[in-house]
Design a protein. Structure first.
Length: 137
């Protein structure tokens, strides 16, 4: 349909409106869940971005219950501005200390440099979404 072997420019000209439409119609997506680092947190804070830190341990049943909801936030356009950083609870000991995290399944929200919330062990998707949204207000 788009191929015109005799005139490659014409093929491209026919395709461009469809490509532009696809770009405009694509929904805005949230940022993917990224591995936690102090540098990533500081960069997001310096930019005034809202941040959700997830202290995750793969052996923790509460963390595993939280993860699907947090992962869905990363694809929800309503949370497109939220930076989600997943801290490796077992291996990021120094980072846990800096953030004052003493238990896995801790969630922390930041609005710029200011911590706006901290919860432990919530697994209800509505509560997690509401908590994450606190950084966006």
């Amino acid at each position: 349909m788009f191929l015109d072997h005799g005139n490659p420019t014409m093929s491209l000209a026919r395709f461009l409106p469809f490509a532009a439409l696809a770009l405009v119609a694509a929904p805005l997506q949230a940022q993917p869940v990224r591995p936690f680092s102090l540098a990533a947190l500081k960069a997001a804070q310096a930019a005034g971005k809202p941040v959700l830190v997830d202290a995750f341990a793969p052996w923790c049943p509460t963390c595993r219950a939280q993860a699907p909801t947090i992962d869905k936030l990363a694809t929800d356009p309503a949370y497109k501005d939220l930076q989600i950083l997943r801290l490796d609870y077992d291996n990021q000991t120094a980072e846990k200390k800096v953030l004052g995290i003493s238990k896995q399944s801790t969630l922390i929200t930041y609005k710029g440099n200011r911590e706006v919330g901290r919860v432990l062990g919530i697994t209800d998707p509505v509560q997690i979404r509401t908590f994450a949204a606190s950084a966006l207000r």
